[in-house]
Design a protein around this ligand. Structure first.
Ligand SMILES: NC(=O)c1ccc[n+]([C@@H]2O[C@H](COP(=O)([O-])OP(=O)(O)OC[C@H]3O[C@@H](n4cnc5c(N)ncnc54)[C@H](OP(=O)(O)O)[C@@H]3O)[C@@H](O)[C@H]2O)c1
Length: 300
């Protein structure tokens, strides 16, 4: 039994579909894998046929204990924020106590020489896993290509897109690549090459925000380039505070903007090729498959 957390989220949603449809199963396919999804509000998930859905919350230890019963493999995805550490360690503790054999944890990229707050949110969970006695795989992705959905409204309005990172570049990763790496590890035999690995998952090339916006414009068609407007990170942080975001979250976002803007985010990892034996999907692939969000043909 594989237990998925974060199944209503970006990566977990893809993992759920991959496991449920069998697209990720190695060929020849092993026996169908029973899948259970832990969600806070089951009404938010229309699970694919055959997937068991249980109500649960990382903040509710009893629900974690119940959800782990009979589980062999856990996909651990927590929502970004300072609660990551508590949620990860609660889930790892419950998994170890229930006899779970392997955990695949969605973590975050580490930037050499920078104590990134986001990586620090994930460090206690990574450490708990490494000390747990369970087998583990860590997924350390760069920023997701899907974060560009935050520009959808501006693009639909014809632009410009606010740019808080200047010409700073990062190799954004397609969340489907992250999910496929997770599924490959979850479905692999015991003792597989995925165990004990920390995959650095990035896209194939570093791109600035103007590069990404230009790519969106090319796919929208002639005369549809939305352009960018520079916004100081401090102004963006103030807007985030105004929208009610916590100071922890705003601080981490500000640090991310400053790190990227200073050019230190140009990290290329080979995790997609190492995990999946193929190159990472380019940013353009993700945009092409979600173009409706930028045209308004349907809401993102
Ligand atoms: N976005 C990026 O660019 C990026 C880059 C690198 C790493 N990451 C890491 O990726 C993770 C986020 O992944 P994602 O974007 O796939 O997720 P997401 O779309 O943000 O969704 C978060 C998931 O966590 C669930 N959740 C939240 N609080 C919970 C709780 N108390 N108990 C149980 N489930 C809870 C949510 O379920 P509900 O339906 O109940 O809300 C949802 O399924 C974060 O840890 C982040 O640090 C993100």
């Amino acid at each position: 039994m594989i237990l998925l957390t974060g199944a209503t989220g970006t990566v977990g949603g893809h993992v759920l579909r991959l496991l449920a449809t069998g697209d990720a199963r190695p060929s020849p396919a092993p026996a169908p894998v029973p899948v259970r999804a832990l969600v806070r509000d089951p009404s938010r998930l229309a699970p694919p046929f055959g997937v068991e859905v249980v109500r649960g919350d990382f903040d509710d230890p009893g629900s974690l204990r119940a959800a782990m019963e009979g589980v062999t493999d856990l996909f651990l995805a927590t929502a970004a924020g300072p609660s990551v550490a508590a949620h990860d360690t609660a889930a790892v503790g419950a998994a170890a106590a229930a006899g779970v054999r392997r955990v695949v944890k969605l973590s975050a990229l580490r930037v050499p020489g920078v104590r990134m707050r986001v990586a620090e949110w994930h460090a206690p969970g990574e450490q708990a896993l490494e000390e747990s006695g369970m087998a583990w795989t860590l997924l350390r992705p760069a920023g997701f290509a899907s974060n560009s959905l935050q520009w959808a409204e501006a693009v639909r309005a014809g632009g410009p897109v606010p740019n808080t990172t200047g010409e700073g570049r990062q190799a954004v990763v397609d969340p489907r690549d992250v999910a496929e790496a997770a599924a490959a590890a979850l479905l692999s035999p015991r003792g597989s090459r995925h165990e004990g690995r920390a995959y650095v998952l990035t896209g194939p090339e570093p791109m600035s925000v103007p590069d990404q916006v230009a790519a969106i414009g090319r796919l929208l068609g002639p005369g549809r380039a939305p352009g960018c407007v520079d916004v100081p990170p401090a102004a963006a942080a103030e807007a985030m505070r105004g929208a009610g975001m916590s100071e922890d979250f705003v601080g981490a976002a500000l640090q991310g903007m400053e790190m990227l803007g200073s050019g230190r985010g140009e990290i290329l990892g080979d995790g997609v090729r190492e995990a999946l034996g193929r190159p990472a999907r380019p940013f353009e692939d993700w945009v092409r498959d979600h173009l409706d969000a930028f045209t308004g043909a349907r809401p993102e």
